[in-house]
Ligand binder design. Structure first.
Ligand SMILES: Nc1nc2c(c(=O)[nH]1)N[C@H]1C(S)=C(S)[C@@H](COP(=O)(O)OP(=O)(O)OC[C@H]3O[C@@H](n4cnc5c(=O)[nH]c(N)nc54)[C@H](O)[C@@H]3O)O[C@H]1N2
Ligand SMILES: Nc1nc2c(c(=O)[nH]1)N[C@H]1C(S)=C(S)[C@@H](COP(=O)(O)OP(=O)(O)OC[C@H]3O[C@@H](n4cnc5c(=O)[nH]c(N)nc54)[C@H](O)[C@@H]3O)O[C@H]1N2
Ligand code: SF4
Ligand SMILES: [Mo]
Length: 696
């Protein structure tokens, strides 16, 4: 008996939540709370997609939540920008000063204020609800949230009509799975579990990826194409389907638009031509086409890794044509999945209240080009200079391309920067004020997903740590100080959760079920396009897009070469890609010691042929450089890199790198063909042994 020995009885409860991170899996979490302290975070065994399993990152969530490095109090800058020197201040002092500064700028032109946010949390509430209301009311510049998925998203939308596709659970029944531009063992673990079930049942798995990933190791075949050549590969696959008549003519006839035009385009793309561009043997393309064309239950798991290049939108369009040619959509275990986010009936207008703009149409800034935008002077065409930046749910100094320019912009002494954060990221180092934000264990939220079709509710498990506040609360309190009196600024977080899926007073998702079991499934037919019914203007799969043609763009998908295509520069002969690390999530978790210990240190994977040609040995410090900048790290001489391509894994924090930078020092601010997205993997570099390190 605890009482008998003088110890308080322990209360232990299990709280249902949702993983907030930018991951397709959106897992259902069970947090054990003992005497108000979260002691364990586990996967919910009742939620089918989670199936009781979490990734390594989030199974250590208590370590992250109680990390001694958590920001627990509002901070005000005392040192130069970038130095990360702050002193604690009270919430009142911080918010009063921030409101006064924003009011002063807004009186001249509110468009000089820019919110900068992405998916640090994917929650509908701690993402863009109260924050969007605040900036809409203010009339601040709008932000194009393009840093991840807009090229592929647009490509898919112009072909299938939206971010829609196969239900992820039916990959388990497929007979052939193409894992295309995706490394699910690292970044989509719960899909990989379905793929493994299919493999055990005899399915063939093919991985299409320049890098020999841990996923490629476990597939039957690996097609190691050059970065940015997926469009050519898809066109050649279609060519083979046509010449061998592995086509579902009835499906094409009834459920597609633009077949004669597509056929004509595709006939220009035989496998030899594509093989030359992709840097793979033509037989590999022909064999894949035969398998794909003759296996009715063929399923494609496309992921965003293949669209971070100039032609990413067109490549996604080309791949999305494949299942309509073979009629794979007729089967629930056939078709394609890039993102399921389009199936969720989110009421964005209720959450974000664009009506608060009241007829104003502020300019839009693309988050990809934040480096250039921060360094631009006022102009008639582009509007005022950016004078204030409010960053939340993002770490742009580490994740945005061309970081030499980004850092220069953030270092501007005449820029007023507020950062809402949990940890002292690279971006925090440049803030004038840092406001401590709660983590998922400390606030309410509701989540849609992009790798399955369930809505999840997140209840707070513990009280906020230190003086941290939810993003919503910070914007509520700022709104009050700005004098915004609309009742919507008083909505509490639970009310916002209830609003997220309610239209005209009717819940589109059962909120009582969410409260009771933590998740609810959005009804989607098992084989959504078995009988056409694509959400396109024509209702068909659009091989040819009238909408694109009307914009003066190519109505058909094509291969659009990289801006910096391999072999086009003698100064920078190697193509660099920088895909996700397994134990980080973008730049999140880099600060968690036990996870950083697993990842080790920033590395550049280089093939033995390219290493030998440069006198690079394993573990040598190398200088990686191009016209935009240079970056030093250690070399990993590895067959994970194909000849001609180097891989710089994970978005490391700059301050943890060898000389305070990361791979984004080299990436460019150019934009994709569709969707105005980033081209992180369209980047030529040269690599050499670092002379400083070699002499030392
Ligand atoms: N552990 C972990 N999980 C994550 C993330 C993370 O950082 N870490 N990031 C999350 C985010 S933000 C997203 S958007 C999602 C999806 O994130 P994605 O960035 O799509 O990540 P992956 O699924 O790992 O797929 C990327 C794969 O594409 C490959 N690739 C690179 N260039 C090309 C190309 O031109 N063609 C082809 N075919 N392949 C190419 C890379 O080598 C890599 O293996 O994952 C999320 N999940
Ligand atoms: N070179 C290269 N660069 C890349 C990529 C790549 O593959 N290669 N991937 C790109 C992709 S796909 C993406 S999506 C972007 C991602 O870029 P970001 O969206 O900036 O993602 P993170 O780096 O995870 O940073 C999110 C930050 O939000 C904070 N955060 C989390 N929850 C909350 C909260 O509730 N409140 C507040 N205030 N803060 C919170 C976290 O602590 C973290 O520092 O990076 C892109 N950059
Ligand atoms: S990061 Fe992804 S796999 Fe890990 S717990 Fe979150 S949703 Fe699940
Ligand atoms: Mo992303």
């Amino acid at each position: 008996m605890n009482d008998a020995i003088g110890i308080h009885p322990r209360t232990s409860v299990l709280i249902k939540g949702a993983c907030p991170h930018d991951c397709p899996d959106t897992c259902s979490l069970l947090t054990t709370v003992e005497d108000g302290i979260a002691t364990k975070v586990q996967g919910n065994p009742v939620h089918p997609h989670t199936d009781g399993v979490l990734c390594t990152k989030v199974s250590r969530y208590t370590e992250r939540t109680y990390d001694p490095e958590r920001i627990l109090h509002p901070l005000k800058r005392v040192g130069p920008k970038g130095s990360g020197q702050f002193e604690p201040v009270s919430w009142d002092a911080a918010l009063n000063d921030i409101a006064a500064r924003l009011k002063g700028i807004a009186a001249r032109d509110p468009q000089a204020i820019l919110p900068y946010s992405y998916c640090g949390t994917m929650g509908q509430v701690q993402g863009e609800s109260m924050a969007a209301r605040f900036f809409h009311k203010l009339g601040a510049s709008l932000l194009e949230r393009t840093i991840c998925s807009t090229a592929g998203g647009e490509g898919l939308t112009h072909t299938l009509g939206g971010k829609v596709g196969m239900k992820v659970e039916f990959f388990a029944e497929a007979r052939l799975i193409l894992i295309w531009g995706s490394n699910p063992i690292a970044s989509n673990l719960h899909f990989w579990r379905y793929a493994q079930a299919a493999k055990r049942a005899g399915a063939r798995l093919v991985c299409i990826d320049p890098r020999k990933t841990e996923t490629a190791d476990k597939c039957h075949e690996h097609i190691a194409l050059r970065p940015g050549t997926d469009g050519a590969l898809a066109l050649a696959l279609m060519h083979e389907l046509i010449t061998h008549d592995w086509l579902d003519h009835a499906y094409i006839e009834q459920h597609t638009v633009g077949w004669p035009a597509l056929r004509e385009r595709v006939l220009l793309w035989n496998s030899e031509r594509a093989a030359e561009i992709c840097g793979v043997p033509p037989e590999q393309i022909r064999t894949l086409a035969r398998d794909y064309g003759t296996t009715p239950q063929s399923a494609i798991r496309l992921n965003y890794g293949m669209q971070r290049v100039h032609g990413g939108g067109n490549a996604a369009r080309a791949v999305a044509c494949l299942p309509a040619l073979t009629g794979a959509w007729r089967h629930r275990a056939g078709g394609l999945l890039l993102s399921s986010s389009g199936v969720f009936p989110v009421n964005k207008a209720a959450l974000q209240r664009p009506d608060l703009l009241a007829g104003r149409a502020p300019r839009t800034i693309n988050m990809v080009t934040i480096g250039d935008d921060l360094l631009r002077e006022a102009s008639q065409a582009l509007g005022p200079k950016i004078e204030a930046l409010v960053v939340y749910n993002s770490n742009p100094v580490a994740v945005a391309p061309d970081s030499g320019r980004v850092v220069q912009g953030f270092a501007r002494d005449d820029l007023f920067t507020v950062v809402l954060e949990q940890f002292k990221t690279d971006t925090v180092d440049y803030a004038d004020y840092v406001l401590p934000a709660t983590t998922q264990l400390e606030h309410w939220d509701v989540h849609s997903a992009y790798g399955h079709t369930d809505v999840l509710l997140n209840r707070p498990a513990i009280a906020p740590v230190g003086e941290a506040k939810p993003n919503t609360q910070i914007f509520r309190e700022l709104a009050a100080r700005m004098g915004f009196t609309e009742p919507c600024f008083a909505d509490d977080d639970e009310a916002l959760c209830r609003m997220a899926f309610r239209h005209d007073g009717v819940d589109q998702v059962d909120f009582d079920l969410l409260l009771a079991q933590g998740f609810a499934t959005v009804p989607v037919p098992d084989a959504p396009f078995a009988n056409g019914n694509f959400p396109t203007p024509s209702g068909k799969c659009e091989f040819f897009s009238e909408r694109l043609a009307a914009q003066g763009l190519d109505g058909l998908p094509d291969h659009v070469p990289n801006y910096e295509a391999a072999g086009t520069s003698t100064a920078y002969p190697l193509a660099m890609i920088s895909p996700p690390a397994r134990n980080f999530l973008n730049s999140s978790f880099v600060n968690v010691q036990s996870l950083r210990d697993i990842e080790g240190e920033p590395l550049l994977e280089i093939n033995e042929v390219d290493a030998a040609a440069r006198g690079i040995t394993a573990g040598a410090v190398v200088r990686v450089f191009n016209q935009r900048g240079e970056y030093r790290c250690k070399a990993a001489v590895s067959r994970r890199a194909r000849p001609g391509v180097v891989n710089g894994l994970g978005v490391w924090w700059r301050k943890l790198g060898l000389d305070g930078s990361n791979v984004n020092q080299l990436t460019s601010q150019r934009l994709t063909d569709l969707g105005r997205g980033p081209v992180f993997y369209d980047c030529l570099v040269q690599v050499e042994v670092d002379q400083r390190a070699a002499l030392a």
